[in-house]
Design a protein around this ligand. Structure first.
Ligand code: GLU
Length: 457
């Protein structure tokens, strides 16, 4: 058998979203699992909508995710000659024909079929026009190209890793449009011909493509190519079971990256979707070792956004401090290793660190709720906090807290919360003993004095 080769074939008409990530990841996993090649092919034949900036963005997203590619990048737009040649070959063999039916006519046909309870297939009006009529009309009328599939007795078999052989009777298939009246191709022909030219052995994609695969298997066989083996997985749905949308968790990869997501969190979550028995806390190589393509769910699966952020938190808590700092410094330049180590366990996302700016800078703005806690405690409380700190601070948090409790009568939450907001700026966070140790004598004192001044009536 020839070397396994898969591809990711995005149309560069927008940013990568979660559905695209899944397709790319599955094809990557498949190739890597079996020592094959994984290539990137831009299906950029829609000149109006394809944009260089999306090509760049797709590359960047794939690099960020670590989905490395083999060979050179492929561009569908460079293959137009081969696509035309394939159509000419099909036409000469009588397997593709020109259809002159107007949009209006086709819409009427569909309406009629619906009223009779029939599938909305092409009625075949232009299927058997003679050569003379075709020639004359071609000179004067616009036309599209269709594949002559329906009016035959045979079967088309799609080899599918998950579903086994899926057999379509040609009578149940349509005569699909392969080229539009402006001469451009629809998805079917270039996508299949490129798979053949690129020697793609396996195509993993959503089961919404199953019928397309039947057309493509037929088309490739007519052109004398061996079709790839397909794997049609169940579609990825939003957490609400409907089509993925922003609300149900679908965001572009770029947006997730900008929100501080770790690529590993996305890979972890995505590899698990629709694939049972994946190990917990595994790096990509371990996930790869456990990836079994024929265990992928053939039915639709739901995206779990909570799961994504749960992994993010777990991974974030396990990061070495220096690695954490690399994520914190862009949003908090003054953050250092001590600070990162102190707050790490209290972060769910990197920008949660912004809640603790007061730990770095006594002049950092104070949140309204933190200030309110301070005001409720009052000036006298903080004055007592300053003087007890001066007498007992050196003995550590516990002794200081006891001394302040004795001096003010405050206890429990009323004792700890005003101190927490004064020292850290937040109403929750690391243990007070750790905060006190981190700030040191002058750090604690300056924050208590600042808070005293702020709450002074
Ligand atoms: N360009 C197609 C798409 O983005 C490729 C589909 C396929 O994987 O064959 O939907």
């Amino acid at each position: 058998m020839s070397k396994i080769k898969t591809r990711f074939a995005p149309s560069p008409t927008g940013l990568l979203h979660l559905g695209n990530v899944r397709t790319a990841l599955l094809n990557w996993l498949f190739a890597r699992k079996y020592g094959g090649d994984f290539v990137l092919r831009f299906e950029d034949t829609d000149a109006d909508r394809s944009q260089a900036e999306y090509i760049e963005a797709i590359r960047r997203d794939m690099d960020w995710l670590g989905l490395n590619r083999d060979g050179t990048e492929l561009f569908q737009s460079q293959r137009t000659d081969q696509h035309r040649q394939a159509l000419a070959q099909l036409s000469e063999a009588g397997q593709a024909y020109r259809c002159f039916c107007s949009e209006h006519q086709l819409a009427l046909d569909r309406k009629l079929a619906a009223s009779r309870g029939l599938p909305p297939r092409y009625v075949g009006r232009c299927r058997n026009l003679d050569a003379g009529e075709t020639r004359t009309r071609s000179a004067n009328e616009p036309f599209i190209w269709r594949l002559a599939i329906h009016d035959n007795e045979g079967n088309v078999t799609v080899r599918d890793t998950l579903r086994g052989d899926v057999v379509f009777a040609q009578r149940d298939l349509d005569d699909p449009v392969v080229a539009r009246s402006d001469g451009t191709f629809t998805f079917l022909l270039p996508n299949a011909v490129d798979d053949a030219l690129d020697k793609i052995t396996h195509v993993l994609r959503g089961d919404d493509h199953l019928t397309n695969s039947a057309y493509q298997v037929w088309l490739l066989a007519e052109l004398g190519y061996t079709p790839p083996v397909y794997l049609h997985h169940g579609l990825l749905l939003g957490s609400d079971g409907a089509k993925l949308s922003k609300r149900s968790g679908s965001h572009s990869v770029a947006e997730l990256r900008d929100a501080g997501l770790l690529p590993q969190a996305l890979l972890q979550t995505m590899t698990r979707v629709g694939h049972p028995n994946m190990p917990e806390d595994a790096d990509i190589n371990t996930l790869l070792a456990h990836f079994e393509p024929n265990q992928l769910s053939a039915s639709a699966v739901r995206w779990q956004n909570d799961e994504l952020w749960r992994w993010q938190t777990r991974l974030l808590h396990g990061l070495p401090v220096q690695a954490l700092l690399l994520h914190l410094n862009p949003i908090l330049p003054e953050a250092n290793a001590d600070f990162a180590g102190l707050v790490q366990g209290n972060l769910q996302k990197f920008d949660d660190a912004l809640h603790y700016r007061r730990l770095l800078d006594v002049h950092a703005p104070l949140d309204a709720d933190a200030l309110l806690v301070g005001q409720q405690a009052g000036e006298n409380f903080y004055t007592a906090a300053v003087s007890t700190w001066q007498t007992h601070g050196a003995a550590g948090w516990k002794i200081w807290a006891d001394a302040l409790k004795a001096a003010t009568g405050a206890k429990g939450r009323d004792l700890f919360m005003p101190l927490r907001v004064a020292l850290s700026g937040a109403t929750h966070g690391p243990e007070m003993s750790h905060i006190v140790e981190y700030l040191g004598d002058s750090g604690v004192l300056s924050r208590l004095q600042d808070m005293t001044a702020r709450v002074r009536a």
